[in-house]
Design a protein around this ligand. Structure first.
Ligand code: GLV
Length: 324
């Protein structure tokens, strides 16, 4: 059986898959073109995909032998889940192992943007730092402030847990009540408008779906406090990027820190010209340990599915039920 790996991934995945299957890996520095992907997936039983691959209906339908699409990510918004499920193809992902790295990075962004760390670095490098100044690069305090978590799943909850040292008030917006989170952090579940109106820091941790696309648009940004910061380590399209540029330009909010963008790697016009936004290249899960674990799980999911064993994580488990 052939496995297609769509881009160079940590070696552990390649080694694990090569022990069982014939492996075809695209080694180029950028994603394959749709045409090439379609050609190479044709005879594959499994495909290890990245979030930079658009696995749409056409690709899925051109892959007659395909039994598993294993995404090297927790988010699967790059895959047409309905088409895969219709054809009985398992779609798997890599949750949990990236929770801590992503929550840590969320805090890195929050602290960096609210304490002007990058502006400080630029100032020192520019040679214009002329010594300590009581009014230079003043930022925001954290202690006692309100942290608003939009999406309190694994990552959102881990971000909330890390706020303890700063004695922050936590509110969260989530479909279901999170009893453990409430017990451990004192978090309150609120409606999104209330969260936006009361939080000093708003951080996004939802999956991207039709429901969450542009969940934060001009109207929502207008509800935020003028001194508030917006952090996004989830998916860019949850925020209307053009509306965010307008809000930041008008100083409607204090700042934003983004690890994800609406049309990666392209950015909304004007975003890079703003001083009050911190831009990171989608690296929230990028630690050696986490990326190795993601690669290992992605490979194991393929091996398990093709050997008829339950995978470590699956997004459309109904596909396995119909197999039995
Ligand atoms: C990264 O963005 C992921 O979904 O794993």
């Amino acid at each position: 059986m052939k496995i297609l790996i769509t881009r160079k991934v940590p070696g552990i995945a390649v080694q694990l898959l090569q022990a069982h299957f014939e492996v075809d890996m695209h080694a180029g520095p950028s994603p394959m073109s749709t045409g090439e992907l379609k050609r190479r997936v044709k005879d594959a039983a499994g495909i290890l995909t990245l979030l930079t691959d658009q696995i749409d209906r056409e690709i899925i339908e051109s892959a007659a032998a395909l039994r598993v699409i294993s995404n090297h990510a927790v988010g699967v918004d790059n895959i047409d889940l309905a088409s895969a499920t219709r054809r009985g193809i398992a779609v798997t992902n890599t949750p949990s192992v990236l929770t801590d790295a992503t929550a840590d990075f969320t805090w890195a962004l929050l602290l960096a943007v609210s304490r002007n760390i990058l502006a400080g670095d630029r100032l020192v490098r520019s040679g214009t730092f002329s010594g300590w100044d009581p009014l230079m690069l003043l930022g925001a305090d954290l202690k006692g402030k309100t942290l608003g978590i939009v999406g309190a799943g694994r990552i959102g909850s881990a971000v909330a847990a890390r706020s303890r040292g700063w004695e922050m008030d936590i509110c969260y917006f989530n479909r279901s009540v999170k009893r453990r989170l409430e017990k451990e952090t004192g978090a309150r579940r609120v409606a999104l408008p209330e969260l936006l109106q009361s939080a000093d820091f708003v951080t996004i941790h939802l999956p991207l779906s039709a429901e969450t696309t542009h969940l934060i648009g001009a109207a929502e940004l207008a509800l935020m406090k003028p001194g508030a910061y917006l952090i996004n380590t989830a998916r860019g399209a949850i925020i209307d990027e053009q509306a965010l540029v307008a809000a930041l330009r008008a100083r409607r909010i204090a700042g934003a820190a983004l690890d994800v963008f609406e049309r990666e790697p392209d950015l909304a016009a004007g975003l890079t010209e703003l001083e009050n936004v911190l831009l990171a290249p989608h690296i929230a899960s990028a630690t050696h340990h986490t990326r190795n674990q993601m690669a290992e799980i992605a490979a194991q999911n393929i091996i398990h599915i093709l050997q008829g064993r339950p995978p470590l994580s699956i997004v459309n488990p109904e596909v396995l039920e119909t197999d039995n």
